[in-house]
Design a protein around this ligand. Structure first.
Ligand SMILES: [Zn+2]
Ligand SMILES: [Zn+2]
Length: 149
């Protein structure tokens, strides 16, 4: 009687819970066990949700980085193109004769000025020119140092 009951375990399973369990486990276990093992191998034993979040963040950061890189390169290229175009049609600056710089007007190329804080002729000291900071030249204000307008 026991033998026949075991054979038809799925029919009378309701009465013999233990039998049903033991008969089901060999069928249901191998697949999930194998799948879990594969996932663990693939993910390097790091919990799956963390991997997904990490991968998502990496993708997002990579995308942002790529976008910013591409946009900055595009902007630079466009600026360079616009600059080249302007340079082609522009006339050389007459104030600086196309050099972009001219001799400092404040110090007249001396790099220092005679400056007195007290308006006292006795304590006049040579100071570094505040306009050219001692470079003896100042950026052309007409062309903003580009040499053309
Ligand atoms: Zn100067
Ligand atoms: Zn100029």
């Amino acid at each position: 009687m026991n033998g026949s009951t075991f054979g038809t375990g799925h029919i009378v399973g309701g009465n013999l819970g233990i039998n049903r369990e033991t008969s089901e486990i060999p069928f249901s276990r191998p697949f999930p066990k194998k799948a879990t093992a594969n996932i663990e191998e693939m993910m390097g034993r790091i919990p799956r949700p963390l991997r997904i979040i990490g991968a998502g963040a990496a993708v997002c950061l990579g995308g942002i980085f790529t976008l910013s890189l591409v946009s900055s390169v595009t902007i630079r290229t466009l600026q360079a193109a616009a600059e080249a175009k302007r340079k082609k049609v522009a006339l050389p600056c007459t104030v600086c004769k196309g050099r972009g710089y001219y001799i400092c007007k404040l110090c007249k190329g001396n790099s220092t000025i005679e400056w007195s804080p007290l308006y006292d002729p006795i304590v006049i000291n040579p100071c570094v020119c505040p306009t050219c900071e001692g470079n003896r030249v100042q950026r052309c204000l007409n062309c903003i140092g580009k040499g053309y307008v």
